[in-house]
Design a protein around this ligand. Structure first.
Ligand code: SF4
Length: 335
């Protein structure tokens, strides 16, 4: 749509983003405010969770395989540099989020941090994630997860413990490799692998259920039995209960960063990836089955599950408008 000057008129989220107040700028990073009416987003049926919450748009960590870059397109911003340097902190009202939550089924899983990292550096200043968690801590009977690559997550241990008492809750750490050099290339500004493992250990020791996602598994980069096994061993030793595992998919926005990255750092792999992803964003066929079997074997070796345990939190009185919450576990039902 064009305005009276003949220029493209921005609508919806692009208009909100363009008018967002500049909150701060750090080196080449700029932070903006993004007023948000709805925080919860419905996911597709393929996902193991039904709702997502992403406190930020854009992500300073700048992983070369990041598939969420396309979200900047909605704001008429570029998906390479702007995605990493123009960070939008969502502004919301706790009462509105609580009202949104009242409308959704308590059996539904809600995942925080599926498109951008909820503990990226912006969180240190703006605490959007922490404010969201406070809403969950004041409620009960939800199924909630948080996914991150950051050790800043430890700051919110107090809230996690409160949430985990009355909700099914777990924290996922994304960890593609234990190799510090490779991690630095793939995830230039995320916490070092060692810090992520240490954070997983601290949370597990504090009673929070923790999982590790070796995502994305990338052909010939981090997919070897040896690499995945080392990662699973470290996860299990830190107290993680489950290990995920999803293959790299390359949407056009991710491809335009990932392929030049390969040309620069792994030139021999570039033609192989061109071939693998020539016909689509997803890998198919025998390789996917091989990785699935490999992960299954590795989980069994380290006593890890493939999904979190849906434990039963302490029983409570049901909220009147929602009826019964969780079924009390057998152990507490007898009392
Ligand atoms: S941490 Fe996640 S959202 Fe942020 S750049 Fe990396 S892959 Fe993208």
């Amino acid at each position: 749509m064009k305005d009276e000057t003949g220029l493209m008129e921005l609508v919806g989220i692009a208009r909100l983003a363009a008018s967002g107040e500049l909150l701060a700028s750090k080196r080449s990073i700029e932070y903006f405010e993004l007023p948000t009416r709805r925080l919860l987003n419905r996911t597709s049926e393929r996902m193991p969770f039904q709702w997502t919450i992403n406190p930020y748009r854009g992500c300073e960590f700048g992983c070369v395989y990041c598939y969420a870059r396309y979200t900047h397109e909605f704001m008429e911003l570029d998906t390479v540099l702007a995605f990493e340097r123009k960070i939008f902190a969502k502004r919301f009202f706790a009462a509105s989020l609580a009202a949104e939550l009242r409308k959704i089924d308590r059996k539904d899983w809600i995942a925080i941090g599926t498109a951008t990292d909820p503990y990226q550096p912006a969180e240190r200043r703006f605490e959007v994630t922490r404010e969201i968690l406070k809403v969950f801590a004041a409620g009960r009977g939800r199924k909630l997860s948080v996914t991150t690559k950051s050790d800043l997550v430890l700051r919110d241990l107090d809230l996690f413990q409160e949430i985990a008492r009355s909700n099914i809750f777990h924290v996922n750490f994304t960890l593609t490799t234990l190799d510090e050099k490779l991690a630095r290339l793939l995830e230039p500004r995320a916490a070092r692998p060692e810090l992520r493992i240490a954070s997983a250990r601290s949370l597990a020791q504090a009673g929070i259920q923790v999982g590790v996602f070796p995502n994305p598994v990338m052909p010939l980069l981090n997919d070897s039995e040896e690499s995945l096994d080392a990662l699973a061993g470290a996860a299990a030793e830190a107290g993680a209960t489950f290990l995920g595992g999803g293959l790299l998919f390359l949407k056009p926005c991710a491809k335009q960063v990932f392929l030049p990255f390969l040309e620069r750092h792994f030139p021999r792999l570039a033609p192989e990836y061109e071939r693998l992803y020539r016909t689509g964003a997803f890998l198919r066929g025998e390789y996917t089955e091989r990785v699935r079997e490999r992960l299954k074997r590795i989980r069994a070796r380290h006593g890890l599950r493939d999904a979190p345990i849906e434990y039963t939190p302490e029983p409570w009185e049901p909220e009147p408008e929602q009826g019964n919450l969780f079924e009390p576990a057998a152990a507490v039902r007898s009392s």
